[in-house]
Ligand binder design. Structure first.
Ligand SMILES: Nc1ncnc2c1ncn2[C@@H]1O[C@H](COP(=O)(O)OP(=O)(O)O)[C@@H](O)[C@H]1O
Ligand SMILES: [Mg+2]
Length: 214
């Protein structure tokens, strides 16, 4: 695989924090400016990973924390090698909803699995690929879950207790503190367009820093 030429942006945050809404708007904005953008999500993207997504999110599935970690990692490995790396090699902007930080937040801080084990599996699944910019959309847990419940039936992870979601949210905060250069917290409060403006600001400064041009 040739060297990475594109840029890699990930969206993270608890359920209902606006990842799908905000990443979609960002992709539209970048395309209007002439960027070649590949928009994708985890778990999913490839046919194998979409199949695993179905398994992972089924409300009635009985999955142990370690099994959950391995299935997410398997889905990520395939997604990375089949779609993300080729898109980056061809110079695209890749926008992905959830990536390695979601595993740290949900399986690490949420389920309590060892962070070292998660870092190892993330390294294997990504082959060392790291996002250039990660936007964590932050929202109080109850507000996020309320937004989700309005839209559609909830999945296995969304059905977890409030205390689990609180741990995930705190986990995301810790991640941003540990890696503040890459990871930016954006408060998912107020109008969708105001939130989008804050995101664009971070994206534009990263593109400038990376000296990335169309
Ligand atoms: N700023 C906002 N204010 C109010 N509702 C919002 C806002 N952003 C998104 N929503 C709504 O909240 C729900 C969850 O948003 P979504 O983008 O699907 O979140 P996620 O992908 O993080 O789960 C959707 O119905 C969406 O229309
Ligand atoms: Mg979503």
């Amino acid at each position: 695989m040739s060297a990475k030429k594109g840029v890699f942006i990930t969206f993270e945050g608890p359920d209902g924090s606006g990842k799908t809404t905000q990443s979609g708007l960002l992709v539209q904005h970048l395309r209007r400016q002439g960027y070649d953008v590949f928009h994708t999500r985890e778990p999913g993207g490839t046919s194998l990973a979409e199949f695993l997504r179905g398994v992972l999110l089924r409300p009635d599935a009985n999955i142990s924390p370690v099994t959950e970690l391995l299935l997410y990692s398997a889905a990520r490995a395939q997604h990375t090698v089949e779609l993300i790396k080729p898109a980056l090699s061809s110079g695209k902007v890749v926008v992905c909803e959830r990536y390695t930080d979601a595993t740290v937040a949900y399986q690490g801080y949420g389920r309590g699995l060892e962070l070292k084990l998660i870092a190892t599996l993330n390294g294997i699944a990504t082959g060392g690929l790291k996002p250039d910019l990660t936007i964590i959309l932050d929202i109080p847990v109850r507000n996020g879950l309320k937004r989700v419940a309005r839209g559609r039936a909830t999945d296995r992870l969304e059905n977890e207790k409030l205390s689990f979601h609180e741990k995930v949210r705190k986990g995301y905060m810790t991640i941003s503190k540990k890696d503040g250069k890459r990871v930016k917290i954006v408060l998912s409060k107020g109008s969708i367009l105001k939130i989008q403006d804050r995101i664009k600001w971070y994206v534009e400064s990263m593109l400038k820093r990376a000296q990335y041009s169309i």
